[in-house]
Design a binder for this molecule. Sequence first.
Ligand code: ADP
Length: 272
Amino acid sequence: ARMVQLAAADRPDDEGLRLIFLSDVTAETDLRRMKTQFLATAAHELRAPMGSIRGFTELLLMRQHGPEDTREMLETVRRQALRLNALLTDLLDLSKLEAQGPTAFELGPVALHEVVRRALRVVVLPTEPRPVDWQLGEAPVMVCGHAAKLEQVLINLLSNACKYSPARAPLQLRLKRCQRQGRDWWALSVTDQGVGLSSEHLGQLFTRFFRAQPDGPVPGTGLGLVIVKELVERMGGQVEVQSALGQGSTFTLLLQDAGPPPLAEVPTAALP
Ligand code: ADP
């Protein structure tokens, strides 16, 4: 249904007659409704950890508890404070992206292997080792993007792959060249052997605050993938997902090819 705004004005020369103006404000109204809805959801999401922090601190102040109980309550307070922090960081990231519009960051050629290496070092920690089957080829690949933002995207995808699969379950990284819309692309995919997603949930994956198991044991904000999509699209790329419940997931980034690497990036053995 379209939303129409009515405005009336008297016609000075013709007594008794009124002019009626109609204007289509559907898009404007939709935007306003989306913003209000977003604010309501964000406030709701922030309220839960706040409420829990308040409740537990009040309980702790009210009377003496045994050391075990005190510790458990403080652990909860800490966990909820961390959750609040994660939510605020993601919300700020999103609002910065929106405020800055399409020129949020400058694009240029990015050495893909280096970014993947850096992201893996952040996510796959020596304390929680996990086999990574990495088949990206040896030759350096340049894509169009922004190195730090692409690293942020990969950190998000890799940490989801870890979060939503059993400890030590292997991850698979693949890089393939592909052609779409008459352009050359690089398809970089991250595959996990985790819980996977139902087809119903797949459709909601990039919706703000969506979490398939909101009350599950894995902490999260439901904003990570929204940020991933925003960032990748601003780099002229796309995100695709393949998944089935209980059968793991593959998240694929389609990134535009940025041509051959500068000479310094080519291993000397490869030079003629
Ligand atoms: P978060 O992980 O903070 O909840 P995301 O936006 O990164 O938020 O992901 C949204 C939801 O999508 C997650 O809560 C989870 O249910 C689902 N999801 C994301 N990545 C995966 C994955 N690799 N395997 C299974 N489910 C996933």
